[in-house]
Design a protein around this ligand. Structure first.
Ligand code: 1HN
Length: 371
């Protein structure tokens, strides 16, 4: 419906004013104020879940049928949030996807301004080379490919590998700052032994005091990405176990940090690991900013704005900005979380609220009553 058709615009002088305003490429704010200045965030992305049982067979079919080549660059299935009108984004600010690479395949070297993280779900034998440093990837590891860094993925093993890709692409796109460049070679040269950033920054065996923090990073934004490119599952697991043993819970969380500055791993992205202890339930919390979760281990459920999402290992789900979320697991579970909080915090836009009581469950995702 155009403005001039709206009820109440009967006065021909008013009609003609609105027509002339529209013809001049203008919009009168007084007719759209309430759409723009919402009392709380109204993300277009909706809470949503993508099941491993669906994702994984599609990825396997793609491995058999679709080669990884220049142009397409990557064999990636992006999480397309149904609230975003067909855009390939998990949420308004975040890209989330499942990437897979078969034996002896190489995903060609390139670089771009959007920054990316990989969280490994399953398989072995792949390394991602980041500006000459080959980073070996194993399940539960977090690998960074900061904006502007050359990166390619090579599978030197005899099985397929599956990992989660998270990028700040929607943010960089919104800022009209996307640049992309293919590398002249399929694989960039590896300039020394594998895992050099790890040897330099995490002392080989890891140094949890510098590479992760309990809870979330609140330190000022560091415009430089972390010089450490790999965060090993063994370290993360040990740190979560220590916090659980110290009586924290029922939700134990760490956020990975830039060991140089203590800031988030990338200027735009926060990466954390959340352990729901057996029988545990987290408090109902809402935050400004979007989060994508990847279930690494265990099963359980999350209630997001009253809808229950039942999940198991390999599933991925989105909690949009200001949605209330609570997580439950009978047997215990580990969730990887990717968020845009560093950007919100840096701009003074971050808010967080714990609600006084549990949400009432009004529907179950996938059972037709909600979503
Ligand atoms: C990209 O470069 C990768 O390097 C994965 O593996 C997903 C999604 C959008 C744009 C670039 C990768 C991507 C991507």
């Amino acid at each position: 419906m155009s403005l001039v058709d709206e009820p109440g615009v009967g006065d021909p002088r008013l009609r003609s004013l609105y027509e002339d305003i529209a013809a001049a490429g203008l919009r009168p704010l007084w007719t759209i104020t309430e759409q723009l200045l919402t009392p709380t965030p109204r993300p277009r992305a909706v809470p949503w879940l993508w099941r491993s049982a669906v994702l994984r067979p599609l990825a396997e079919r793609a491995i058999r049928l679709v080669p990884v080549e220049r142009g397409g660059e990557r064999r990636v299935l992006s999480l397309a949030n149904p609230g975003l009108g067909g855009r390939p984004y998990a949420a308004g600010t975040l890209w989330g996807a499942l990437q897979c690479l078969g034996p002896n395949e190489t995903a060609p070297a390139h670089r771009h301004t959007p920054g990316a993280i990989r969280f490994v779900i399953e398989g072995e034998g792949v390394w991602t080379t980041v500006d000459g440093d080959a980073c070996d990837m194993r399940p539960g590891d977090l690998i960074l490919t900061p904006g502007g860094a050359w990166h390619d993925h090579a599978n030197g093993g005899d099985g397929s590998m599956f990992w989660f890709d998270g990028l700040d692409l929607p943010m960089v796109e919104a800022l009209d700052a996307v640049f992309f460049e293919p590398h002249p070679d399929l694989r960039q040269p590896v300039t020394g032994p594998h895992n050099r950033s790890e040897a330099a920054w995490a002392g080989g065996g890891g140094d949890a005091a510098r590479t992760m923090t309990r809870g979330a990073v609140t330190r000022a934004l560091d415009p430089a990405p972390s010089p450490l490119l790999v965060y090993r599952w063994a370290e993360t697991d040990a740190h979560l176990s220590r916090l659980a043993a110290a009586g924290e819970g029922p939700l134990v969380s760490v956020e990975f940090t830039n060991p140089h500055s203590g800031a988030s791993v990338l200027p735009t992205l926060s990466c954390g690991m959340h352990r729901v202890l057996p029988g545990g339930a987290s408090a109902p919390v809402r935050r400004s900013g979007n989060t994508v979760f990847v279930v690494f281990r265990g099963e359980g459920s999350s209630v997001v704005d009253g809808c229950r999402f039942d999940w198991t290992a390999g599933d991925m789900f989105v909690v949009p900005s200001w949605s209330v979320a609570e997580h439950f697991s009978d047997g215990g579970a580990d969730l990887f979380g990717l968020g845009d909080a560093p950007v919100l915090r840096a701009l003074g836009l971050y808010r967080e609220e714990t609600l006084p009581r549990r949400q009432e469950v009004t529907g179950v995702f996938g059972e037709g009553t909600a979503a």
